[in-house]
Write a protein that binds this ligand. Structure first.
Ligand code: PEP
Ligand code: CO
Length: 449
């Protein structure tokens, strides 16, 4: 195996073990798709990525706060204008709550426009004696349990690119074209949320913001300023499928640096973050901001090496560590990590994913998460940072703008037996719009204090 000092190239990851990759039936067909992808225009631009990195540098110092959220896995069949709009709405609502009630600029980032590949605990799945490849996300195969659907098809990578492009096209229109204007803050409240306790709290806050904008206009300050009239949404996904990520990687003509132009930020999952693994090798060479998920069984020296490999220049904003320890383990596991990373002097954006280690099976058989556990992990996250003198820089959610019943609890106290009412996810359970808003109000209190 080559050592780390050897030069990086966009395909040097191939010299390292790559976990969680599909077994394609026809390698030549894959090569043809990758050649096509490599010629297509970038989905995001290096200038945008650099701007994000600057904002994340602010988050590492406590001058901004990262809000990252969206589906566990996007499905091609769910990519419709209303779904994209509802996800955007709830992200904008959460962000405005965090900005107004929490008093900090918020970096808005979707798990969107490319979150199509999923790591799985097993390569295969067996039902009634039939063993088929596991479903690895819409960019690889289909979820139905038939041999045809489960056979990885490289054309889905091209479809994924096209789906990401059309999602981004709409997001750019919404965020630049007035829908994301703060003048519309009251209109972001969805009908089914408006009459809930959270919807009413939101409405009161939105009215105050509208009045403040009117007041500004009355005294002659224009509400046409981009800070009011436009908004900025960054995209992110797990950089899992390395052939796709490599094909989307381009040299920036201004700086000569490499960027993975499939999304503004990419993260490495808990299952693929081996220091000597292909995912770390690939991401160490691109100049995007990079995230790494860290679960409770981490090894401290391993994390130190990981930080050094991914961010050798200790550049602020380059590296976000997304901790997902679960309510039971967060207190001990997080404090130790924060203390040691602080001692090393590493510049890190610390983000809390309160979802992935709080999953359990409900009595109804659904995979779920409880709202109180999610909130408690976030509270422990803030408390650990306060006591260690480090900066709680952001949060990472699986959430949707729709009225689903996938996580239990919250203001409406969804019970196990109510989960089946509108359980739509094909992967992990998401907070619904009302639960998302509720968690945002709670976080705002913690940011302010
Ligand atoms: C995810 O974010 O969907 C995921 C698989 O997370 P993790 O790598 O933390 O398990
Ligand atoms: Co998930």
């Amino acid at each position: 195996m080559p050592n780390r000092e050897s030069n990086w190239s966009k395909n040097s990851w191939k010299n390292f073990p790559a976990l969680q990759q599909p077994t394609w039936p026809d390698e030549q067909a894959v090569e043809r798709v990758l050649e096509d992808l490599a010629l297509l225009p970038p989905l995001v631009f290096a200038g945008e990525i650099r701007s994000l990195k600057q904002q994340l540098a602010q988050a590492s110092r406590g001058e901004a706060f990262l809000l990252q959220g969206g589906d566990c896995s996007e499905n091609f069949s769910q990519i419709t204008a209303p779904n994209i709009r509802e996800t955007l709405k709830v992200l904008l609502q959460m962000a405005v709550v965090l900005t107004y009630a929490g008093g900090k600029p918020v970096i808005k980032m979707g798990r969107i426009a490319g979150q199509f590949a999923k790591p799985r605990s097993s390569d295969t799945e067996t039902i009634d004696g039939l063993t088929l490849p596991s479903y690895r996300g819409d960019m690889v195969n289909r979820a139905e349990f038939t041999p045809e659907a489960r056979t990885p098809n490289p054309k889905y990578m091209l479809k994924g690119y096209n789906m990401a492009a059309s999602t981004l096209n709409l997001l750019r229109a919404f965020t630049r074209g007035g829908f994301g204007s703060l003048q519309r803050v009251q209109a972001w409240n969805q009908e089914f949320v408006a009459n809930s306790p959270m919807g009413r709290s939101y409405d009161r806050m939105a009215k105050q913001i509208s009045q403040a904008i009117k007041f500004m206009e009355t005294i002659g300050i224009s509400a046409e300023a981009p800070q009011i009239n436009q908004t900025e949404l960054f995209t992110s996904h797990e950089a899992l499928l390395l052939q796709y990520e490599e094909a989307m990687t381009r040299v920036d003509s201004i700086t000569g640096d490499w960027y993975d132009c499939s999304a503004h930020m990419l993260w490495i999952g808990e299952r693929t973050r081996q220091v000597k693994g292909a995912h770390v090798e690939f991401l160490r060479g691109v100049h995007n901001p990079v995230g790494v998920k860290i679960g409770p069984s981490y090894d401290l020296d391993d994390i130190k090496r990981l930080v050094q490999v991914l961010n050798p220049a200790n550049e602020p904003g380059r590296l976000t560590l997304i901790t997902r320890f679960g309510l039971k383990k967060v207190e001990k596991a997080l404090s130790l990590l924060l203390r040691e990373m602080k001692r090393e002097g590493f510049n890190i954006v610390w983000s809390c994913d309160p979802m992935h280690a709080n999953t359990y099976t409900a009595s109804s058989g659904h995979k779920t998460r409880n709202f109180n556990d999610i909130l408690s992990e976030i509270t422990c996250f803030f408390e650990a940072h306060w006591s260690e003198g480090t900066v709680p820089g952001g949060v990472h959610f699986e959430m949707t703008g729709n009225d689903v019943t996938e996580c239990t609890g919250g203001a409406h106290n969804i019970l196990d037996e109510q989960l089946s009412a509108n359980y739509l996810t094909t992967c992990d359970p998401r907070l619904n719009a009302e639960q998302s808003l509720e968690v945002a109000f709670q976080i705002a209190d913690m940011i302010r204090s």
